[in-house]
Design a protein around this ligand. Sequence first.
Ligand code: MTE
Ligand code: HPA
Ligand code: MOS
Length: 780
Amino acid sequence: MNKQMDNVAADAGIRGGVHLSQRHDSAHKHVTGLAEYTDDIPEPAGTLHAYLGLSDRAHAEIVSIDFDAVRAAPGVVGVLTAADVPGSNDISPVGKHDDPLFAEGKVEFHGQQMFAVIAETRDQARRAAKLAKVEYRDLPFVTDVAEAVSADYPYVTDPLKLERGEVEPAMAAAPRRLKGAMRVGGQDHFYLEGHIAFAFPGEDDEVTVYSSTQHPSEVQHMVAHVLGVPSNAVTIIVRRMGGGFGGKETQPNIFASITALAAKKYHRAVKLRPDRDDDMVATGKRHDFLNEYEVGFDEDGRVLAVDGVFAARCGFSADLSGAVTDRALFHADNSYYYPAVRLVSRPMKTNTVSNTAFRGFGGPQGLIIAERIMEEIAYALGKDPLEVRRVNFYGDGERNVTPYHQTVTDCIIERVVDELVESADYQARRQAVLDWNAKGGVIRKGIAISTVKFGISFTATWYNQAGALVHVYSDGSVHLNHGGTEMGQGLFTKVAQVVADVFQIDLDRVKITATTTAKVPNTSATAASSGSDLNGMAAENAAQQIKDRLIDFAAEKYSVDREQVVFQPNAVLIGNRRVSFDDFIKEAYIARVHLSAAGFYKTPDIHWDRAAGKGRPFYYFAYGAACSEVSVDTLTGEYVVDRADVLHDVGRSLNPAVDKGQVEGAFVQGMGWLTTEELWWDDKGRLRTHAPSTYKIPLAGDRPAIFNVKLAEWSVNKEPTIRRSKAVGEPPFMLPISVLEALSMAVASVADYRECPRLDAPATPERVLKAIDRLGGREA
Ligand code: MTE
Ligand code: HPA
Ligand code: MOS
């Protein structure tokens, strides 16, 4: 398909406009090492290096810290503690003042930063940081979410309740009922480029920080607060991250603030890059959840009532846990209509690192319960789980209102699933799996379809805004800047495609430039999958302003109607005079046309009343479905994913190649979350899985052996988003829930599918083996 579209474009249009498959603008630089990351920036003479001093208690008063040995260590220039902070020693992203930059008086998790060592080299700083002698007075602590619930540990932020209909009577009247609980594991971001910041002092109160951040404006504000200077003194720059995945939405504040503080204090450039173990220990991760549910249903498998409680391990501070646990509730229905429903969140405080954003932002941890409920009902009724899913899909008429009272008006899940069932040959393959398992061998198979309906917009409504800056230089080349950040997802490429399309110029005429708070202010995090929706629109708006001025200029100068000024590929047609774009721009410049514009966009028609639990928090939904087949060795618990078929909705894709890459990457990352990536804290509250030696992310070989990923090419966003596309970053992350449920089926086969095996996530081989044992599989 894309080949064909590209050829058409080459003949008739510009190179690289919208809806065409374009390689990521930096793809060749990523693989050859030419892409510049923060650590590649040449260090000026005299650059200093900072390193974190971390607590080794889960909860304790700090009685004293003796830095003598640290200060005496080779290369050490100084030590920074809370006492060195001229402004506020707090980097809470939500204004709760519960996130000290340096622990003061007490530590609340094992690995909390208490101080920073500044030295001539990174190695010197890192070694010296271990030499501090800390005297603690231990306090009781809780690390696990279930323990936190039973110990009545506090919430880190206000819980949310979503309610619609009368749950008790509906539950009581339901012909069938069941209760269940599911633990859903957390996840380390494991970006290839870890956290890093590099600060340069300026004159007066000024400082510039290169930060690996998804949220330059927040880093700017945090650095300003810490230094006690206004935001206009602080400039943040990020050309790209080597992956963020949500891990760089708030966590960069630690590193940027410390380097800025040190740069101002010593008046030298200062860099801070923790090693992988410390990055994993000291920065927040995906929240693990303990979810409990009760569901009432009828003999057809139709849900009548759902009552759910979603408890999350938030860690020691609020960070983004409020919005994360809210989003879990917003997705606890997934594609399914619940006639009566009550969903409650429990954002539990624990003495662990403060958990944060991670692809899906709580959505996956909520959505997985909807899928589990479908499986539970199917096992209870002896049905194909697909049948149960189908009778519960959001539909027309009454059956289209969510637990948060938003009406679903764009539901395409039935068509997506129908097409997937067909292309994946689900029915025949399910029969083959059943036949295979009926033979009773050691290797058992499972196959499952799961669906995704993911809400697009920040639920913090004010975040849904963006700015852009476009300059057209007098030679006709274009400089593009916007508030979004590039973390590998292809945002810069897509937004440049939009600008190229507005001016009808080849994509390589548009220069993509580093995100900086000095060019576009007050930006939102590049998060919630909203990067291209928001920044694409803002950039289009900026380019369109310039284009409008150019049209006015041409119409006046050549005495033609505005309609007679037409932008053609790399040229402009004015009446019947055709000039190249570059010559036209030169003319416009000479005529003193303003060739620069700031663009802006805010998402329309969204609102959310959290106290009432009602509103339209999402502008639209993105949909998808996946069918996964697995083989499980019932003697060892080992398994492989033999095949996965995906059909995913990105509306009218801005760039099918990039979007398909996002779907594939999200699927594999989601598989890691649900299968092998296990976080484990010991009885001292230490994270023991803090390196690739103990924490297993998927390898190339873990990719499904057959992996058919397709975009729903017919889908067009009903809302006027940028060129009718849909957000793609997070929604496909939840597709591999089909892998977990396929594993469940393989396990269930050892007991003739009488029982839903209720596999918790991650379904590590160990956990799969235990489930088989529990069902009596190995005796059989
Ligand atoms: N893709 C890559 N390659 N690297 C990343 O860090 N982050 C994901 C997703 N895809 C990520 C990624 C997350 S968590 C989000 S919210 C979106 O990209 C953010 O970018 P977007 O809004 O431009 O899609
Ligand atoms: N998603 C991702 N990041 C966020 C959100 C959200 O809904 N709200 C605040 N930060
Ligand atoms: Mo993505 S978790 O919203 O950065």
